[in-house]
Design a protein around this ligand. Structure first.
Ligand SMILES: NC(=O)c1ccc[n+]([C@@H]2O[C@H](COP(=O)([O-])OP(=O)(O)OC[C@H]3O[C@@H](n4cnc5c(N)ncnc54)[C@H](OP(=O)(O)O)[C@@H]3O)[C@@H](O)[C@H]2O)c1
Length: 384
């Protein structure tokens, strides 16, 4: 029996992870659940899964007390301190990090430093702290298992590599709701349009990132951290059918691709059960029903976030931390209708032009730089 801590159990990935765990009670038990502000769903999940510990980062004191009264056998923690405490001292074997944003970095660090492996959906943790997290996992012999469908695909394709290094990886992208748009068309893009993703039903932050293509930019950096590749060996292809989840090309030009339905339960289950494969988690592909698979280049002149992310990856050090933090602030402002869609990339470009590189020696530096970049990005966006 594997004891799983689901960090962000009330989100899109978290809910699908709960589904995978409930379908396989003989293998998994959810022992820690965490939410941001959705205490109503957390309550339902506690009732169904009976974890030993639950954390509500948001929510009022009255709601927390009611939860504690209703489930006296469950240790209820609160706030960001509660989240860190659960990550470091909760009773679990594997953390599934399904938190959104850089809030997932410290819990991932605490999981590793307390001797537990992590299945990571939370790409922002790897963007901000990838080098540190990978080094700590390697030092302790712990797994960091990718959950992002593209990185799960690369990870799966590399199982057949016999130790041969990939010549390049091809990250596929749906292209988002604005695929084929010109820069002028992006100027008129609305929040409603940005939140209407053509293929995936995800949380708001990643849905907006998919529309700006920053999601793919973050994934380039994530792939670099997970697989030790430079940005030149990671290419992006828009693939609107979302059937090929990514591909790996070897020295002999052979390509291994991983295909499947657009259903995150498949990579979640693969990471939770690795190296085994579970039955009945996602629908089978019907190849005869596929009209065709198409692949296109993404115009980085229009979708500037992709280029900005590549530049941050090449610069390394504090640049990806700052870019990730500023992007989170700008996406938040867009979701609050305080800035327009195109402002995300334009303000991010200005922000990165004024970024002053700083040393990154450990986790405290990463957290400090993240906080500092948030303050600077908020001030800059408010001033314009
Ligand atoms: N959704 C997908 O299909 C998908 C695919 C690939 C990768 N990912 C990655 O997986 C991660 C999660 O994505 P998602 O779509 O599942 O996001 P989501 O639906 O917004 O869920 C995020 C989860 O984290 C919690 N949360 C948010 N901010 C928090 C904070 N500051 N402190 C503590 N908890 C917080 C939320 O709690 P409440 O809801 O209770 O507030 C929720 O449980 C992201 O990094 C995303 O890039 C997602």
């Amino acid at each position: 029996m594997k004891h799983i801590a689901i960090f962000g159990s009330t989100g899109s990935i978290g809910v699908q992870a709960v589904d995978v765990i409930e379908r396989h009670p003989e293998r998994f038990r959810a022992t820690v659940l965490t939410c941001g502000g959705n205490l109503e769903l957390l309550r339902v999940q506690i009732m169904r899964l009976r974890p030993g510990m639950a954390v509500a980062v948001g929510g009022g004191q009255a709601e927390l007390s009611a939860l504690a009264r209703e489930f006296p056998e469950v240790e209820i923690l609160s706030g960001a301190e509660g989240l860190a405490e659960a990550a470091g001292n909760g009773a679990y074997d594997l953390m599934l990090n399904a938190l959104s944003g850089a809030a997932g970095l410290l819990p991932t660090w605490k999981a590793l430093t307390s001797g537990r492996g992590v299945a990571v959906a939370n790409k922002e943790a790897l963007v901000a702290g990838g080098a540190l997290l990978m080094a700590e996992a390697a030092r302790r012999g712990l797994p960091i298992l990718p959950v992002d469908s593209e990185h799960s695909a690369i990870f799966q394709a590399l199982q057949g590599s016999n130790g041969n290094a990939p010549r390049r990886v091809l990250l596929t992208a749906s292209g988002g709701p604005f695929r084929g748009f010109s820069k002028e068309m992006l100027r008129g893009a609305t929040l409603e349009q940005a939140l209407r993703h053509p293929s995936w039903n995800m949380g708001d932050k990643i849905t907006v990132d998919s529309a700006t293509m920053m999601n793919k930019g973050l994934e380039i950096i994530e792939a670099g951290a997970l697989f030790g590749l430079p940005s030149e060996r990671i290419e992006v292809l828009a693939h609107p059918q979302c059937i090929v989840h990514s591909m790996v090309e070897f020295a002999d030009a052979s390509v291994i691709a991983q295909l499947g339905a657009a259903d995150m339960r498949a990579p979640i289950a693969y990471a939770l059960a690795y190296p085994e494969r579970l039955e009945a988690v996602a629908p089978q592909l019907d190849f005869t029903a596929l009209a065709g698979l198409t692949f296109e280049r993404v115009d980085e002149g229009v979708f500037a976030c992709l280029r900005i992310a590549r530049e941050a990856m090449k610069a390394g050090g504090s640049a990806p931390i700052a870019m990730n933090a500023a992007n989170e602030i700008l996406v938040g402002l867009f979701l609050q209708r305080k800035i327009g869609f195109i402002d995300i990339q334009e303000k991010l470009e200005c922000f990165m032009q004024s970024h002053v590189p700083a040393a990154v020696r450990g986790i405290d530096d990463v957290l400090g730089l993240d906080g500092e970049a948030r303050r600077r990005a908020s001030a800059m966006a408010g001033a314009v």
